[in-house]
Design a protein around this ligand. Structure first.
Ligand code: FES
Length: 380
């Protein structure tokens, strides 16, 4: 035990009025609690990703982190039952002449149970092989009663063409087949509360957006996104997916870590009413922001116009349109060509780099993945 260093926090009465408060002494953050007539003080930074524990809530004697809900005993600092090894320091407290004091020299040790990193947290490295084309269909429909989707049909055609005529590997993901939660706004708590992999992905093993992350970040060279037009916008499932992509973009902002490199996106947009360009504008803006490149003429689209309500004819038109199928083929070809150019460029940069010059900007993901990245909460 060290020589005590008692610090005055203020009138004890002020700490009796709130169950939990965050206070700072110099650079030390503390979560000070009061319950059943007893004060407690634990470190104010969560062992997971540094969430402000004093801004969380008290559940019985456990302080609940406001970011991803890890829990620590307010008097011992130990993690909740089963996770005692995930502990934050706790500090002695006392009341002297009506003032609350904390001994900051005698905090216990912080500990963190080793957690296996989430598989998605691995370094992004392109495995050798032919170009890889991922199709994402954002169309919704009842699984037991499927209908014809014009955008999905063109996407299937483009993927078939990429495999048969471009020598590409192809993979299709239909968002309607996946169970995944909507973004819950971790970013709105703090940029650092939004983690890669996504906080929801790490906490909820039943959430299936990990399949999309895996394919988009680790597998694909080309991502073809197909969407219907819904009230002048892309589909609701599309927006549900890209809200969850915030964690990809946020890595650039908070960690200077670019997860999407040398990848190409292109789009298929169909609908009964107009607004193709508004939908395309959004798709281009979003995918550009997270780091994708685009081929020349990066989308194929079809709509019937504002006054056309004859959807049967619309479907028949797309179904029978050789021009649209050819457009989807050319889109896939342009996207794969662009991806190959980028990959060649990357290889050339690596060769150049081996020759003694640096080419940081072309490396796939130069950020080393820490052995135990901060975002690895076990499901709780
Ligand atoms: S930072 Fe506290 S639970 Fe994630």
């Amino acid at each position: 035990m060290s020589e005590p260093s008692w610090q005055d926090l203020g009138p004890a009465e002020a700490f009796r009025s709130a169950a939990l408060q965050q206070v700072t002494i110099g650079r030390l953050r503390l979560a000070v609690s009061f319950r059943d007539g007893e004060f407690g003080a634990v470190h104010g930074a969560c062992s997971h990703a540094g969430g402000p524990l004093g801004e969380g809530t008290l559940e019985g004697d456990y302080v609940v982190c406001p970011w991803h809900h890890w829990k620590y005993h307010r008097l011992t600092g130990l993690g909740e039952p089963g996770y005692e090894d995930d502990a934050v320091p706790r500090y002695p407290v006392r009341v002297v002449e009506g003032r609350l004091e904390v001994d900051i020299a005698n905090g216990t040790k912080r500990s963190r149970k080793p957690h296996d990193p989430h598989p998605l947290a691995r370094r992004v490295e392109r495995a050798p092989g032919p170009p890889r084309v991922l199709g994402i269909s954002t169309t919704n429909m009842e699984a037991g009663y499927p209908r014809y989707s014009t955008s999905e049909a063109l996407l299937e055609h483009a993927l078939g063409f990429a495999a048969a005529s471009l020598g590409a590997e192809q993979r299709m993901l239909r968002l309607r087949d996946l169970e995944f939660r909507a973004c819950e706004g971790f970013y709105s708590k703090s940029a650092h509360a939004c983690t890669w992999p996504c906080s929801i992905t790490q906490m909820d093993p039943d959430d299936q957006l990990d399949r999309v992350y895996e394919a988009v970040v680790h597998w694909a060279d080309v991502v073809l996104v197909a969407t219907p037009i819904r009230w002048g916008n892309a589909s609701a499932l599309y927006y549900r997916m890209i809200e969850r992509f915030n964690c990809i973009q946020n890595q650039v902002t908070i960690a200077n870590r670019v997860l999407i490199k040398n990848k190409v996106a292109a789009f298929i947009i169909t609908g009964g009413q107009d607004n193709v360009q508004a939908v395309a504008g959004h798709l281009l803006g979003f995918f550009g922001e997270i780091g994708f490149h685009f081929p020349q003429f990066p989308y194929v689209a079809h709509s019937r116009g504002w006054t056309a309500e004859d959807m049967e004819n619309n479907v028949r038109f797309v179904r029978e349109s050789a021009e649209l199928r050819e457009g989807a083929e050319q889109l896939a070809a342009r996207a794969v060509d662009e991806a190959l150019l980028l990959l060649d460029h990357q290889d050339a940069a690596h060769r150049f780099s081996r020759g003694g010059r640096k080419a940081h900007h072309m490396a796939a993901d130069p950020t080393p993945v820490p052995a135990a990245p901060p975002g690895t909460p076990p499901p709780r």
